[in-house]
Design a protein around this ligand. Structure first.
Ligand code: URA
Length: 234
């Protein structure tokens, strides 16, 4: 791949700016100063630097984040911080999409990826990727099995929607753990509201068999490898 194309694709600089940086002698490939940015490089094996900054390249990049409460799953928001603002600057250059958004007051596992097919497959109910939520309700839930009865809630367009039957993982006083395979707007809150319970705290613990890395503090994130990705679809 051409060096100038790589750097402009990764939003380090425009091609024109890359030419200028190269003329100034601050772009190196494997420690050799490169004055002609039209050269071809191997983005995986060559070490490319602009000044002291090493250029980070991933053919596809997929991250796990422990979303913190208070952030919105959107690229831009006038009122609230976004999950993208919590990303390390080196990842902000990538065209990342969220595989299943969480509400502002929900925390826990989100997956962000440059791989559109992966994002689609995680979201699509047809792929049977269950999402596990830890739910705290205002009151003790004594009728958890009511969640398994067919119900009608509203989706994000305020249209009636009947969720697939959830899996009840556990229930203890005000704490329930359930799995659902879709991600309609406010779905967990609306399902609990339907059975008469107000959700006061919500955390996503897992997507498929990929569980939130609890060593990630709120807003922290890490790159997922192929073994992690396999767990999603197990
Ligand atoms: N269900 C909800 O109600 N909110 C979320 O953030 C995720 C699932």
């Amino acid at each position: 791949m051409r060096l100038d194309k790589l750097l402009s694709n990764l939003k380090y600089a425009t091609r024109k700016e890359v030419r200028k940086l190269a003329r100034e002698g601050i772009i190196t490939v494997n420690d050799k100063v490169i004055k002609d940015p039209s050269i071809h490089i191997d983005p995986i094996n060559d070490e490319i630097k602009i000044g002291h900054e090493t250029v980070l390249y991933h053919e596809t990049l997929t991250l796990m984040m422990n979303k913190r409460k208070g952030t919105v799953c959107a690229h831009n928001d006038d009122l609230h911080p976004t999950v993208f603002e919590d990303l390390d600057i080196k990842y902000q250059r990538f065209d990342l999409h969220i595989a299943g958004r969480l509400d502002k007051d929900t925390e826990g596992l989100i997956i962000m990826s440059t791989d559109g097919k992966l994002v689609h497959d995680i979201i699509s109910p047809k792929k049977d990727v269950y999402k596990t939520y830890e739910v705290f309700t205002k009151d003790v839930v004594e009728n958890i099995d009511d969640l398994k009865r067919p119900m009608e809630i509203l989706d994000g367009n305020n249209q009636p929607y009947t969720p697939f039957e959830p899996i009840i993982v556990s229930q203890d006083n005000q704490r329930s753990v359930i799995k659902i395979k879709e991600g309609k707007f406010h779905q967990v809150k609306r399902m609990f509201a339907h059975i008469g319970h107000e959700v006061i705290a919500l955390k996503r613990l897992a997507i498929g068999e990929l569980t939130l890395d609890e060593s990630l503090s709120p807003a922290a994130h890490k790159v997922l490898n192929d073994d992690d990705l396999k767990k999603i679809f197990q």
